[in-house]
Design a protein around this ligand. Sequence first.
Ligand SMILES: Nc1nc2c(ncn2[C@@H]2O[C@H](COP(=O)(O)OP(=O)(O)OP(=O)(O)O)[C@@H](O)[C@H]2O)c(=O)[nH]1
Ligand SMILES: [Mg+2]
Length: 385
Amino acid sequence: MALTVGIIGLPLSGKTTLFNALTRAGAEISGYPTSTVQANRAVVQVPDERLTRLAEIFHPRKVVPTAIEFVDVAGIGQTAETAKREGLSAEFLGHIRNADALALVVRCFENAQAPHPAGSVDALRDLDDLMTELALTDLATVDRRIETTGRKAKSGDKKFAEEVAFLKRVRDHLNEGRPASQLQFTASEQAVLGELFLLTMKPLLYVVNSGEDALGEAGPLLASDAPAPHAGGELACAAAVRDRARAEGAEVIAVSARLEAELGELAEQDAAEYLAALGLPALGADRVIQAGYRALNLISFLTAGEDEVRAWTVTRGAKAPAAAGKIHTDFERGFIRAEVVHYDDLMADGGSMKTAKEHGHVRLEGKEYTVRDGDIIEFRFNVSK
Ligand SMILES: Nc1nc2c(ncn2[C@@H]2O[C@H](COP(=O)(O)OP(=O)(O)OP(=O)(O)O)[C@@H](O)[C@H]2O)c(=O)[nH]1
Ligand SMILES: [Mg+2]
């Protein structure tokens, strides 16, 4: 099943425009808020040029990239959606509860045709609003759970009393405006948290939606420690989001959703030339997907043969048998060894497995081997025992 990234942000921050750029799905956008009433969903392939290169070497019958699902929802805050200040509605939540990560679209672009609902561009104010809504929503979830568990605790079962004590700690923490992801908890407490699907537990990815003119400068600015070259404006906005994201150890990237959406309508070659002219390395859509992978702490390993060349997703730090289990449970159960050559090594060896073997680049690894991003793996297994 594909991992899901929920695209959230204030009204008119460019969520649907970004969604369209990511998925080329052509969802409706507009210049006034709450245009996205229903959620937009689409599954997209994770771009991986290594697959293309491997396909040239192995001539497989098919090439299978991994996939990621994006969900685009209505704007949060400053709208009827949250006017009652009780957090997000059940319907809204239904769309993002199960997301594996949240992409927070932060508006840094100026656009007189679609003015910012709060009257000015101010990323930190917007982020505070957004995080408050998420925390309020989590608080409501925790409160409900305290009620139900509290009733069970009346039976005298110590387990429920402990759970209530923990939930109250979570509530206090959220009340201080801190995300649940910063809590310390034991394994059994983690199990309780896992059942709550709290929004502030999810890995975050900050997406600075900058104007098309500022994008060329915003990208390098995010990668550097430099202050914004002038006060106010789109670059100062981008720098503010960068500093916030860094303080939280979260991923941050800059895109111009509108530019990306327009590029998405061009032929791939034309889009690439246009990007190069702007000094941009890759389509923002691709960078969002890759940053999503980093936010989720995921890596890809590869399999390559005559039948198929394919990318698989595992959590960073996964051992070889767990990776094998992604392909088939039998592979994990009967795991014997993994024959591994790293993609970079294979390329350095001219794409020849024979040369790679001669150079000692093909290794046999056991159960304790930690899979690396870009490993090309063939598993040896035996399930007859
Ligand atoms: N100049 C400029 N305008 C943008 C950019 N991204 C979005 N817009 C404009 O902002 C307006 C809102 O864009 P949407 O993508 O609908 O915003 P949204 O966040 O999905 O809005 P809601 O669903 O109502 O919350 C549209 O008029 C877009 O054309 C951008 O990068 N630059
Ligand atoms: Mg929208």
